[in-house]
Design a protein. Structure first.
Length: 129
């Protein structure tokens, strides 16, 4: 199985959500999806809602800290596919796998995949009200 080179996880863990989140937003909005859908995808994977995400962006939380503070969705293991040349389900480093899960979900959102399929279930956050 193809694995990322040594040191990849350490470099990824030092990246901040503040650096990458605007790129995620730009990517999905260019393809006609919304930031609210992006937040829903992040919340599904990590358990962190919009307010927590905003606080992490403001605090310049690293991805290492983000995933340390996350309770990964129990269905995350259902995320399969290739991202950056690696099969996510075969990645041996848990952190790199979690980071690439998020990348893959953002890609699926940008490609127009239905939210129910992206979230690997019929789970949808209900509107406030």
């Amino acid at each position: 199985m193809k694995q990322p080179p040594a040191g990849t996880g350490e470099r990824m863990a030092k990246m901040t959500l503040a650096q990458i989140y605007p790129m995620y937003v730009n990517k999905v909005e260019k393809k006609g999806r919304s930031e609210a859908e992006l937040v829903e995808v992040i919340e599904w994977l990590t358990g962190h809602g919009e307010k927590a995400i905003r606080k992490m962006i403001d605090a310049k939380t690293t991805f290492g800290e983000l995933f340390e503070q996350s309770t990964l969705n129990p269905n995350a293991h259902l995320i399969t596919g290739v991202i950056c040349g690696y099969r996510v389900e075969n990645l041996e480093d848990p952190f790199i796998q979690q980071f690439r899960y998020l990348d893959l979900l953002v890609d699926e959102l940008a490609r127009g995949k239905a939210m129910e399929k992206i979230l690997r279930s019929a789970w949808r956050k209900l509107p406030a009200g």
